[in-house]
Design a protein around this ligand. Structure first.
Ligand code: PHE
Length: 342
């Protein structure tokens, strides 16, 4: 019995097989248990010698089972480690490669900058947190003028000097910063983030504009129209654009115009091109003499034009995106759909 049981233990090739051997030997109805049961019917002398032998057998079997179990467990662990091993130096399969993409806005900003660079415009920048003076006062918004209210401004708490900083409501303060620091001729664009307390399908509290400013001695409104048309043709990659110039009002330009671009709506999408609709994309005009004066330029010598384009609107029109809010929700599926592989 001993040799046979030990042989079976060593032959067990799984923990289940080993358990079966254990039950057959040491279980309630097992062979060794049966032997132990015979002790009761023996004489005291016999019981002493046989008892010792049977118990020694039981110990030997128990020990051998434990040893075999340890071996089997170890083998199982080895096998698992082998099958689950990960070579971190291997290249991932092509299917698992989800490369980053350029956000459509970054792409559009790059396009804008390149187009205007071709037309001789340099890039100027200003901070998102702006003073009331640069955002409004120097731009000829009188104190208490309703146009200030129209901007739905995000104001900060007043500082120790009593002045309130604000999140710039347009990129026009960069006009001021540029004129205060550069001598004409000036030809700059200023792309950047702007903020207004407003949210619906075509407005988000943070949005993007690109400002344009040209100041020289003879710059006139014809140059403005030409620059805008050239820019829009290049941006939408077309031979001609259908624009609508509407008279408008901005405190910092005179005369002022708003410009709509022709578009069509298909399904939920709004796209650039021939259609029944027009979408407003920019405001523009000739820089107001008061603004020139506020920035240290003599309006009898210098004149120029400025424009401010909604970049997000441009992106919507070019790529047929129905809802502006999706731009800033960082939904990976949306980026997958509209994002560009660099
Ligand atoms: N700053 C204006 C706006 O945000 C746009 C504009 C810029 C108008 C420059 C005229 C000249 O609405």
């Amino acid at each position: 019995l001993e040799t046979e049981t030990l042989r079976q233990i060593d032959a067990a090739d799984s923990e289940t097989a080993l358990e079966a051997v254990r039950v057959a030997a040491l279980g309630k109805k097992g062979a060794i248990s049966a032997l132990l049961a015979t002790l009761g019917r023996m004489s005291p002398d016999e019981r002493k010698t046989q008892g010792a032998r049977i118990n020694a057998l039981k110990d030997a079997v128990t020990e051998r089972i434990a040893a075999r179990r340890a071996v089997l467990e170890n083998e199982a662990l080895e096998a698992r480690l082998k099958s689950e091993a990960l070579d971190v130096t291997l290249a991932p399969p092509a299917s698992a490669l989800d490369r980053g993409r350029l956000h459509p806005l970054s792409q559009v900003m790059d396009e804008l900058t390149a187009i205007f660079a071709d037309m001789g415009f340099a890039v100027a920048e200003g901070p998102d947190i702006e003073s009331d003076d640069y955002n409004f006062t120097k731009l000829n918004f009188p104190e208490g003028h309703p146009a200030r209210e129209m901007h739905d401004t995000f104001f900060f708490e007043p500082g120790p000097d009593g002045r309130r900083k604000l999140l710039r409501t347009h990129t026009s303060p960069v006009q001021v910063r540029t004129m205060l620091t550069q001598k004409p001729p000036i030809r700059v664009i200023c792309p950047g983030r702007t903020y207004r307390c407003d949210s619906d399908q075509t407005h988000t509290p943070m949005f993007h504009q690109v400002e344009g400013l040209v100041i020289d001695q003879t710059t006139h409104i014809g140059h403005l129209k030409w620059a805008l048309e050239e820019f829009l043709k290049a941006f939408f990659e077309v031979k001609s654009v259908n624009l609508r110039f509407r008279p408008s009002f901005f405190p910092f330009t005179e005369p002022s115009m708003e410009v709509d671009v022709q578009c069509r709506r298909q399904g939920g999408e709004i796209r650039f091109g021939e259609g029944e609709d027009f979408m407003e994309i920019l405001g523009c005009g000739m820089v107001h003499p008061n603004v020139l004066r506020n920035c240290g330029l003599d309006p009898d010598v210098y004149q120029g034009f400025a424009f401010g384009v909604g970049i997000d609107r441009l992106a919507m029109l070019k790529y047929g995106m129905p809802d502006l809010r999706a731009f800033f929700e960082a939904d990976a599926r949306w980026l997958q759909h509209y994002g560009f592989r660099p």
